[in-house]
Design a protein around this ligand. Structure first.
Ligand code: SF4
Length: 341
C-alpha cells in the first residue's frame, strides 16, 4: 500500500466549554490533560465556542465579546471571578490560573457579523475577562475581533488593564474611523501598595496610563475607569487625588469611577483574601458589604469626592463608562454609614 506524507495538519477536535465543565465536574482540573502549562504557571485550555456575540440585559450595551475566560491578572476584587464557577472551576486560584481560550472565536464572530439580521449595535469587549491579558500576545484573538468589527462596521467599547492594547492602535484607529470605538483603561489607583495587594498580575498603573496617552495621540477615544475603588485600600482622598492628577497628566479623554461591589464567588474570594492578609478589616467589610453594594451614602461620598477632583484637574466625566453606578433596581436603600475610609 502506498504511503503519502502529510501535507496538512490533521484537524484535532477541541472540546466545547460544556465538555470542559463536565470533565472538571468528574475529575477536577487534573482531568484536563490537554491543557498547556506555560511559564507564567497558568494553564491554557483551548476550547471551541458555538457563539461569540453574547446578548446581555440591564447594561449600557446589548452585546459582549470575551475571547478568553479566566484572567491571569488575578485582581482580588474581580466581579468576573464568579463566572468561572459556570465551568465548575473555583473563583479563587483557578480563575487566575486556568484560562479557557476560544480557539475558533474570530471565525464564529465573522459568521455572526455577516448575518443580515445583525444590526451593528455596540459590542463591549472585556466584560468577563481582560482581552489583553498576556496570552493575547500569542493568540491575537482580540486583535482579530477588532478587525472583524471594523470590517462589519460595528462600534465597540473595550475595557482592559493591559498596555498591550497599544499594539493594536492601528486596528483600533480603523474601527474609530469606520464607526467609532472607545477604550476604557482600568486604573483604579496609582498607589503602589494598593496595586500590588489588589491586582497581583497586572502591569504597573503608570504603564497603563502611558498606554492611554499613546492611544489618545493615535486619535483613539481613550480614557480611564477608576474602577473599582476599594474601601480602605484605594479610597482615601489622598490616593484618589494622586490617581486623578496622574490620569490628567497622561491626557485621558474622560474618567469614570465606581465603588467595588461584591457578590457570589467574588464575595467569597474577597472575604477569604481579607481574612488571610487583613483580618482586622473583616468586621468592617461585613458591615459595609452586608449586601451586594456598599451603602448608597458611602458610594455617594466617594463619587462626590471624585467629582470635585475631576473638576480640579479638568477631567470630563463619562457617565456611560461601563457601570459607573449599579442599576437602580438592585441598588440598596439609602442608609447611614458608620465610618468613612
Ligand atoms: S484585569 Fe479585569 S478581568 Fe482580569 S482579573 Fe482584573 S478585573 Fe478581572
Amino acid at each position: 500500500m502506498a504511503t503519502y506524507p502529510l501535507l496538512f495538519d490533521l484537524p484535532v477536535q477541541k472540546p466545547t466549554t460544556r465538555d470542559i465543565a463536565n470533565t472538571v465536574k468528574a475529575s477536577g482540573t487534573a482531568g484536563l490533560t490537554d491543557a498547556e502549562r506555560r511559564a507564567d504557571e497558568a494553564r491554557y485550555q483551548e476550547v471551541l465556542c458555538r457563539s461569540a456575540l453574547n446578548a446581555v440585559k440591564g447594561m449600557p450595551f446589548n452585546w459582549t465579546l470575551n475571547p478568553y475566560r479566566g484572567c491571569t491578572h488575578g485582581c482580588h476584587y474581580c466581579f468576573a471571578r464568579r463566572y468561572h464557577v459556570q465551568f465548575e472551576m473555583n473563583a479563587d486560584d483557578e480563575f487566575a490560573s486556568f484560562i479557557l481560550v476560544k480557539r475558533n472565536f474570530i471565525e464564529v464572530l465573522k459568521r455572526e457579523l455577516d448575518r443580515p439580521s445583525w444590526k451593528r449595535e455596540l459590542a463591549a469587549l472585556g466584560t468577563a475577562t481582560d482581552p489583553y491579558q498576556p496570552i493575547e500576545g500569542q493568540y491575537r484573538l482580540t486583535r482579530g475581533t477588532i478587525e472583524a468589527l471594523a470590517h462589519a462596521r460595528t462600534p465597540a467599547g473595550l475595557v482592559t488593564k493591559g498596555p498591550m492594547v497599544v499594539r493594536d492602535s492601528d486596528v483600533l484607529g480603523e474601527l474609530t474611523r469606520a464607526v467609532g470605538c472607545t477604550v476604557y483603561m482600568s486604573v483604579p489607583t496609582v498607589d503602589e501598595e494598593a496595586w500590588r495587594i489588589l491586582e497581583p498580575g497586572t502591569a504597573h498603573p503608570l504603564q497603563r496610563l502611558r498606554a492611554v496617552r499613546t492611544l489618545v495621540d493615535a486619535g483613539i477615544n481613550a480614557g480611564v475607569l477608576m474602577s473599582p475603588i476599594v474601601p480602605g485600600f484605594s479610597s482615601s482622598r489622598d490616593k484618589l487625588e494622586r490617581t486623578m492628577k496622574s490620569i490628567a497628566d497622561h491626557g485621558a479623554r474622560f474618567v469614570g469611577c465606581n465603588v467595588m461591589h461584591l457578590e457570589q464567588g467574588t464575595r467569597d474570594h474577597f472575604m477569604k483574601f481579607l481574612a488571610r492578609g487583613f483580618p482586622s478589616l473583616v468586621p468592617r467589610y461585613q458591615k459595609l458589604y452586608a449586601r451586594k453594594y456598599a451603602p448608597d451614602a458611602y458610594r455617594k461620598e466617594v463619587q462626590a469626592m471624585v467629582r470635585v477632583l475631576q473638576r480640579r484637574y479638568g477631567q470630563s466625566k463619562r457617565e456611560d463608562a461601563a457601570q459607573t453606578s449599579p442599576p437602580s433596581e438592585t441598588a440598596p436603600a439609602p442608609e447611614q454609614v458608620g465610618f468613612a475610609w
